[in-house]
Design a protein around this ligand. Structure first.
Ligand code: AMP
Ligand code: MN
Ligand code: MN
Ligand code: MN
Length: 278
């Protein structure tokens, strides 16, 4: 039986709903043998996850998903197999978390103007960890009946054109890739299909990413269709990028793919995990 690998998942330390130890238990239950915890802009959950993974068949990889601004748009870059003690990376993430504090206040001001009661306290009541994200606002909006479900809450209130949208002002692509490399990690473009880029813009992104030291791309993602996965499989091979696999699991509800829910990489792809240290 092929190994079940999942290199993209969130815990309560960012916008997931399972604590790091619960996430690891669920992964073990699903037969996952290699898991990366990749919370948004924080490495806070790694120690708890590592403890939980001890004496199980599961190998835990230290990861993080870093919010990045490139050409005025937001992209997510995964850092896989990072050293969480590397100070440049830790300082960089602290800066992003500080931006998140201001952004949450700004989102709340805008939602209040659009008639949402107590948006900041409401979102904060869903926060259990180190960051406030749009997911927490979305959960609050659903809880007060302002949207039917999580996805609709994001789409109606929190994306560009919506009343609570605040543009990201994250770290630059070359900076983020540099932090990850300095921490001994492998930089990977997360869920590339989600950005809806034209072929030309995607090529620009990959050129800039590789030029900065970027190494990999998520070929299989919980947010990719089969057709998109096939496209990115070919692209990874043409550009010589390492291929990654990640569910992007956040919660057993809210229609996320479950941990370990993805198939094997297509033949010809070079798996990113073959580059992990030991
Ligand atoms: P933030 O990093 O605070 O901007 O929040 C982004 C998070 O919101 C993502 O990590 C997802 O968890 C969620 N999210 C954003 N856009 C979507 C979408 N179109 N569908 C589902 N979840 C989304
Ligand atoms: Mn998220
Ligand atoms: Mn993401
Ligand atoms: Mn993610």
């Amino acid at each position: 039986m092929p190994a079940i690998i999942d290199l993209h998942a969130h815990s309560t330390r960012s916008d997931g709903v399972l604590a790091p130890a619960q996430l690891v238990s669920r992964a073990v239950g699903n037969g996952v043998s290699l898991l990366a915890l990749t919370d948004h802009d924080t490495m806070d959950g790694l120690a708890e996850a590592r403890n939980a993974a001890m004496h199980t068949g599961l190998k835990l990889i230290n990861g993080v998903e870093i919010s990045t601004t490139w050409n005025g748009r937001t992209f997510h870059i995964l850092g896989l197999d990072i050293n969480p003690l590397e100070p440049t990376l830790a300082d960089g993430l602290a800066r992003l978390r500080a931006f998140r504090v201001w952004r949450a206040e700004e989102i709340a001001r805008r939602l209040a103007r659009a008639g949402i009661p107590e948006p900041l306290n409401g979102a904060r009541s869903f926060v259990k960890g180190a960051i406030v994200s749009r997911s927490h606002f979305a959960r609050y909006l659903v809880s007060i009946g302002k949207a039917k479900d999580f996805r609709r809450a994001i789409k109606r209130w929190l994306v560009k054109g919506g009343p609570g949208h605040v543009p990201g002002d994250w770290a630059e692509l070359n900076e983020v890739v540099g932090w990850i490399r300095r921490a001994g990690g492998l930089p990977v473009i997360a869920h590339p299909a989600r950005y809806r880029l034209t072929r030309t813009k995607l090529k620009y992104l990959i050129d800039a990413f590789v030029g900065s030291g970027g190494l990999g791309i998520e070929v299989l993602s919980g947010s990719h269709s089969l057709k998109e996965a096939q496209g990115f499989s070919g692209m990874a091979q043409r550009y010589g990028l390492l291929a990654s696999v990640g569910s992007d699991f956040h919660s057993p509800d809210e229609c996320w793919m479950d941990l370990g829910g993805l198939p094997e990489l297509p033949k010809g792809c070079q798996p990113v995990w073959e580059r992990f240290a030991a």
